[in-house]
Design a protein. Sequence first.
Length: 325
Amino acid sequence: MRRTSARFKLASVTAVATAVATLGALTASSGTAAEVPQDTVSTLAVGTPTGFGAGTTGGAGGTTVTVTNASQFTEAVQRSGAVEVRVNGTIQLSSMTKVAANKTVIGVGNNGRITGSGLNISGVSNVIIQNLTFSGSNDDAINIERSTRVWIDHNTLTNAYDGLVDIKRASDNITVSWNRVYGHDKTMLLGHDDGNASEDRGKLRVSYHHNWFDGTNQRNPRVRFGNPVHVYNNYYGGVTSYGVASTKEAGVLVEGNYFENTRDPFHLGEGSSPAGTLVARNNHFVNSGSGQAGGSVNGIPYSYSLDAASNVKSIVQAGAGAGKI
């Protein structure tokens, strides 16, 4: 399981984080990002993605850079080639900041924070965003469009102007895992417009697993066109409007999730968007509705391990969010 491999690597990650914190302190006054020779550190990202984002390696094998302010951060994430960017401190962005291909962006310990605005993963491939806390964006926290092989993992996200993790415009082969999202309305959009079939049909295949939807309102996720989309082993606690919506040609498998105090766990159609299809199986409900399912969904094309739904709450609460890798 992804969760287990993270535990095995915790000791080495802690040691690396300590060294990085020291480097950050030494370079903060100079305004120059610290570069660590690649042969002195292990690959940054903890574990490997499962699901549709499998095979995403980010900046593995490239230059490793520690950043402590926005100018360092922007320069590092927009370099060409493979780069592993360690975020040590709070990065105050003024606008959506593009992340180039072949990048790992990872927080150091509990110190990596992005605020003010968010990250734009647009027209690229092979990007990992891990172990960061996002808050107070003036747009999305993370926007993904026309991009493939992206892994969004072990982040904490709240209080953006728009979405927390929005995926659209023919993006494909993405995994969103082990994130905690809270205190937010429109959480995760997959597919932005009913009229975008020519670009989105056959794409937008995403795996959402072991995420904690903590008192969010809607779009957890809201899906257009993607088929299959795999929503499994997530914990929904106190979701106030609805959990998952399958709309406009989407096919969503909702499997092995734990729904608690969630009146509408999942349904077909949303707003002016027509119904997609949705298959629900092996979910666990506590003081929640039973959901609405219908139709068939394309087969899941990868192997995966499924936790028992009744155990998902404790597993996800223990492991989801920044600082839990």
